[in-house]
Design a binder for this molecule. Structure first.
Ligand code: GRF
Length: 203
């Protein structure tokens, strides 16, 4: 059994997609805990509704990121977590955290990285006039959306798109891609060569 810990700060639609796809009878991969840094975030309610354990570790006003992340690691160990998935988690992770989970921390981002890293990827894609954008699942490193890329799905930018319309179509693809990647990484060997992640087959 691969026990997944999800870190979320907001709405949690990707958390929901992971739970819906993975937390089924007989599944060998399960979301075992959701840790949230924002009190009242919808992600917490989603996890509770699904019967997934939750932990709240408020980060507002926290300046010692190393100590905060050590607490996070402690919570993940308490829940015997093998794989960490960021799902709209709005904080950078410290080296200490990443050393505790080497090649075991994933993130999903709403662009075709390395284009448009950071908080405003969808708006920036529209402003840049690209005809294709998408979503990326990648390993997390200390940078902002800079870790090795695991899988991507392209999403066309259509005439008449605004941020909401494009976001909706990207989120739809995120909700398919993220659980597929998590299932595959948990079940099959992969290797990282330089910045390239080698998996067996497509997603
Ligand atoms: C997603 O677009 C994800 O790519 C980005 O943050 C957003 C989170 O949305 N990292 P949600 O909270 O999963 O609905």
């Amino acid at each position: 059994m691969t026990r997944v810990g999800v870190l979320a700060s907001g709405n949690g639609t990707n958390l929901q997609a992971l739970i819906d796809a993975l937390n089924r009878e007989g599944s060998s991969v399960q979301v075992a805990v959701t840790i949230c840094n924002v009190p009242g975030a919808k992600a917490l309610a989603r996890a509770q509704q699904a019967g997934v354990a939750t932990e709240l570790l408020p980060s507002k006003g926290v300046t010692d990121r190393t100590a905060y992340d050590a607490q996070l690691v402690g919570l993940l160990h308490k829940h015997r977590i093998d794989l960490v998935c960021l799902a709209g988690y709005m904080r950078l992770l410290t080296p200490g955290f990443l050393q505790a989970f080497p090649n075991q921390v994933l993130n999903i981002h709403p662009s075709l990285l390395p284009a448009f890293p950071g908080m405003h990827a969808i708006r920036q894609a529209l402003e840049a006039g690209v005809k294709v954008t998408g979503c990326t699942v990648h390993f997390v490193d200390e940078g902002t959306d800079t870790g090795p890329i695991i899988a991507q799905t392209a999403v066309p930018v259509l005439d008449g798109d605004d941020e909401n319309k494009l976001a909706e179509r990207i989120h739809h693809q995120e909700h398919r891609l993220y659980p597929a990647v998590v299932s595959k990484l948990a079940a099959e060997p992969f290797s990282i060569q330089g910045r390239r992640v080698m998996t067996q087959g497509a997603f």
